[in-house]
Every structure is written in C-alpha cells, then in structure tokens.
Design a protein around this ligand. Structure first.
Ligand code: GLU
Length: 326
C-alpha cells in the first residue's frame, strides 16, 4: 500500500497480505446465508467461493482466496451506470429523474417518491432510470457504453454472461412493472422494453474480486484508474457517485453499514461487494451467500474487519491537516 493523503505512514505490502490472509481464514468459517435463487445461474454458484482483493490508490493489488473467479456483478454495476448518466447529462438533470435518498426499503421495492422519482440510483428502480439516461442510439449501444465504462474502471474489457442475461429477461417482470410505473410518473421517459434490455444486460456483466478492487481504487483515486492511468470519469462525478454509495449502496442496510464500516460501497446479489476508501484504496470481495438484505455475509464481515484493522471509516480522524495563518 502506498502512503497517501492524510495517512501518517505507509502500510507495507507484507502487512496487508498478512491481514488479508488472517481475515480470509477467520471469515471463511462463517456459514450463514443463502445464495441468490431467483435465476438458476446464480443458484448454482459454489457457496464456498471466497475472494478478497485490495488495490491501493497507487495501483498495487493484493489478493487472497478466489479473487480471480468471475462472478455476476449485478447491482455493483449500478454505481457505474449512475456515474455514466451524470457524465452524459450532468448531476442536476439526473437528480430531476432519480433522487439521492436512502430508500429504507428492499432493493426491488415498487415505490416512488412524492415527485414520482425512484429514491436513489443504487436500487433497481433508480438504476433502470439511470440506464435510460446513458446516451446511445438503442439498448445495445447504451449497454456497450456501460460495459466499456466498467471495463475502463477495471482495467480490462468486461462482458455480459449470456445465460444470466436471458434468465434476467425471463424473470424480470417486477423490474418491468417498475419501468411502467416510472413511465407513467414520467421519471422514465424512454421506452420500457428497450431500457430493461440494457438494464438486464448490465446486471449480467461479470468480473472478479481483483477487477472490483481496481474499480474501487478508481473511485478512491478521483476517477483515474491507478493501474492503467486512464481517466474514467471527472473528479466531480466520482465525488457524486461515492457520496450516494456511502448513503445508499448497501440496500436496506446502508445506514448501519455507514455506521459500522464507514466506506462508500455497493453490493450485488451475485455476492460481490465494492468498497472505496477515498484517496487510499479499493476493496473487492466475492462470496455468494447473502443475508436477508441481499448483501454477501462474508463480504460484509471481511470489509468490516479490514476497515477496523486499518481505521478506514470515512469519519475517522486521520493525521490533522493544517491551515496556515495567511
Ligand atoms: N438483476 C437483479 C434485479 O434487477 C439485480 C439485483 C441486485 O443485485 O440488486 O432484480
């Protein structure tokens, strides 16, 4: 790990590896949770898979366990379609269509705010709208732009799993219902079927815990991928996205997550978790069994242990910054 910003001293790579190995061994013992079962492709994933990766804001990656196994990103993609919608339209325009309030309800809740907007972009309703706001001539082009954007953040090209995509289409009636509700409320102005097609494709994008750590480090690094040096989004968009991740990224557990772990994060029902410690590093964790909120049980426990071990809570007082007299 590199010493950055307000950290007093660098954490050595050996220390990080030892901590990762210790946390992995301890948390692997946790036996709770059920893998997502709404589509066969997720129901059949090996529940014992467990990988943790961290990537510093200088681009150094360390991993332990199954960090190179691809999994279904699902809602982890929502942070990036929000970022791309902001890049394409500006925050003010996006806020007219999608709120930034924690919903206090499940990820697939059928409820809009009093102005007809979905509560935030990190739950299904909001992500359906942000997907529609990504510029592109049709669903394929919108999806391709989202996939390229995620790939730029991960530092390699990512693609959708076709079987997962087809299953999402077959089981997606609740998301379609959300689409029609939002169209009648005029928060969604695009065609419902076309928007849902791009949304289902993005849910089916696959990546590894290593990729997710690099994506998290891109967010920790002001929008520049620290491994490739490519600017993926503006610094301001990056700030916008991590802010909404901090308050809304963990479904109906977002408040307690912020309290206990204190990191901008986004989870997905594929068992993935992306967390980003501003100016420090990105964390990618994959373990399929989920708790009642749809968050990975082991990913939450491992992220919490990492945050405690390295004092990562964003409210933690680091080395003080000084203000000169003049
Ligand atoms: N494909 C899932 C859905 O739209 C995504 C759920 C998630 O990861 O939150 O229902």
């Amino acid at each position: 790990m590199s010493a950055t910003s307000n950290q007093e001293h660098a954490i050595s790579a050996d220390t990080v590896m030892a901590v990762l190995e210790g946390i992995h061994a301890e948390v692997a013992e946790l036996g709770m949770g059920e893998v997502a079962s709404y589509i066969p492709e997720l129901a059949e994933v090996d529940p014992a898979l467990f990988g943790i990766a961290v990537c510093s804001a200088a681009g150094n990656v360390r991993t332990v366990g199954d960090a190179d196994v691809e999994f279904s990103l699902q809602s982890v993609t929502k942070a990036f379609s929000y970022a791309l919608a902001i890049e394409d339209n500006g925050l003010d325009f996006v806020l007219q269509r999608v709120g930034a309030e924690p919903s206090g309800e499940p990820f697939n809740a059928i409820r809009l705010d009093p102005t007809g907007r979905p509560p935030n972009p990190m739950v299904n309703a909001g992500a359906i709208v942000t997907t529609s706001l990504v510029h592109g001539a049709d669903a394929r082009e919108r999806f391709e732009r989202i996939a390229q954007f995620l790939g730029a953040a991960a530092g390699r090209s990512l693609s959708a799993n076709d079987a997962v995509y087809r299953s999402e289409v077959l089981t997606g009636d609740r998301n379609r219902a959300l689409g029609f509700l939002m169209r009648s409320a005029e928060s969604l102005v695009a065609d419902v079927d076309e928007t849902l097609d791009a949304y289902f494709l993005q849910c089916a994008i696959e990546a590894t815990a290593r990729d997710v750590a690099v994506m998290g480090a891109t967010l920790a690094n002001g929008g520049v991928n620290p491994v490739t040096g490519v600017r993926v989004m503006t610094e301001r968009t990056c700030e916008n996205v991590v802010t909404v991740m901090a308050s809304c990224g963990m479904y109906d557990f977002s408040g307690e997550w912020l309290l206990r772990v204190g990191l901008p994060a986004k989870s997905g029902v594929g068992g993935g978790l992306l967390a980003s410690s501003p100016a420090e590093f990105g964390i990618g964790i994959f373990s399929p069994p989920l708790d009642e909120n749809g968050n990975s049980v082991r990913a939450i426990a491992a992220a919490r242990a990492l945050a405690e071990r390295f004092d990562l809570h964003i409210m933690h007082r680091g080395a003080p910054r000084t203000l000169s007299a003049r």
